[in-house]
Write a protein that binds this ligand. Structure first.
Ligand code: ATP
Ligand code: MG
Length: 395
């Protein structure tokens, strides 16, 4: 029985002619869960183990080398969905396994400050990053004359006055570096592009410079987009010098094919060569799409009780996966064709999506395009290429 049905007794009372697994048609879901296909094809979560990370050998080596070099830190840079978090997770695990260097991952959000980014490693060293305000109580006595009837009463009242002092308690960059200078560890700053305050990244880069100057064994691995790179370049050139930038390009077609085929072998499925090639081509360098298509094909085979995956499964998977992508993609497509599926802009976008590389020539501008140089564009959202390839599989 699948894990879905292991937890406790169903709340609905059994009727003899009914199996509990027939409610809502969940028996197919139970078979899919039991097949483990969702453990191998993971469109919605980063890869964490090196045997599931394909096509990134050179990048892993480059990041590990940088972090193993005294005074050097690293920045993994890439477009959305290209595999940055996966690479950083595998590198961090490899380093911890090989050298016992403890690592911690900070996933950033728009509200992050320098203190919140550094919170975990500093807290581990006994630094309270939250103590940014102090309250001081002053007590003073006051004499009050209160008259009741003809009797005068002299009364003493206590007044407590709270005063807030800021921002002296904030953790400064140099202070943080002093705390971290003897601490061996790795901090992965993931989704650094989500931070909205530009001074936070500047401070992190300055911290890196201080750590390098102090010869600290504490390392920082920043993960972000080209916009993060732009924010980091506003720092002092010598701070930039301490950071090795490793840029992740779209995944090569053979790595995407390898991802599909290796997963199939692990699960006992045989993907036809045309299906492997079709998934790799449609994905246009985006591993999320390769996982999504392979998973949809494999789930269909499980439900049908088959082990072979044929081109018809890929046609089915493309249609099904079109409804599973980030809703921002169909919305951006509809905007780009002005809500009109008969518009000539549809052909313009389809033509751009089937171009071999991310850049293409066009005489016509479109809201989904950004200019690279005169007459040459790329999609503003690089995921638009695979999205259009699966939405219009026949061109
Ligand atoms: N090298 C790889 N081999 C196989 N699958 C990968 C690889 N890199 C990433 N993936 C898969 O691709 C998808 C996106 O990966 P990941 O979340 O690491 O990308 P990201 O660049 O961090 O995305 P985002 O920009 O949204 O943060 C996930 O489904 C992940 O399992
Ligand atoms: Mg990520």
């Amino acid at each position: 029985m699948s894990p879905l049905f292991r937890r406790g007794t169903p709340r609905i009372r059994r009727v003899d002619t009914f199996s509990p697994t027939d409610f809502f048609g969940l028996d197919e879901e139970a078979r899919v869960l039991a097949s483990q296909v969702r453990e191998i094809y993971t469109p919605y979560r980063p890869v964490r183990t090196r045997d599931l990370l394909f096509g990134r050998e050179a990048e892993v080596v480059a990041v590990v080398e940088a972090l193993n070099t005294p005074g050097r830190h690293a920045f993994v840079c890439g477009e959305r969905g290209v595999g940055k978090t996966s690479l950083a997770a595998v590198v961090a695990t490899l380093l911890t396994d090989a050298t016992s260097l403890p690592h911690t991952v900070k996933r950033c959000d728009p509200a992050d400050t320098f203190e919140s980014v550094l919170e975990r490693p500093l807290t581990a060293l006994g630094v309270d990053v939250h103590r940014i305000e102090s309250t001081v109580q002053h007590t003073r006595a006051r004499n009050t004359n209160v008259s009741i009837g003809t009797t005068g009463i002299k009364k003493e009242r206590q007044l407590a006055v709270g005063a807030l002092y800021r921002p002296d308690g904030r953790v400064g960059v140099a202070e943080a570096a002093e705390h971290l200078k003897a601490a061996a560890g790795l901090l992965v700053v993931d989704e650094a592009d989500a931070i909205t305050d530009p001074t936070v990244l500047t401070k992190v880069a300055t911290l890196i410079k201080h750590l390098s100057d102090l010869g600290s064994p504490f390392k920082v691995l920043i993960v972000g987009t080209p916009e993060t790179a732009a924010a980091l370049t506003t720092t002092h050139p010598s701070a930039r010098h301490c950071v090795k930038t490793v840029t992740l390009r779209p995944l090569a077609t053979d790595a995407l094919g390898h991802l599909v085929r290796t997963g199939g072998e692990a699960l006992g499925f045989a993907f036809a060569d045309e299906v492997v090639a079709g998934i790799a081509r449609a994905s246009a360098g985006h591993p999320h799409f390769a996982h999504l298509l392979a998973l949809t094909c494999a789930e269909k085979a499980v439900v049908d009780g088959r082990r072979d995956i044929a081109p018809a499964d890929l046609i089915y998977a493309m249609a099904a996966a079109t409804g599973e992508v980030d809703p921002g993609l169909p919305a951006a497509f509809i905007d780009a064709v002005d809500g009109d599926l008969a518009s000539p802009a549809v052909d313009l976008l389809k033509k751009a999506a089937i171009a071999d590389g991310p850049e293409f020539e066009s005489d016509t501008v479109n809201p989904a395009f950004v200019p690279v140089r005169p007459g040459v564009y790329r999609f503003a959202d690089p995921r638009m290429r695979p999205y259009l390839r699966i939405r219009f599989p026949f061109g």
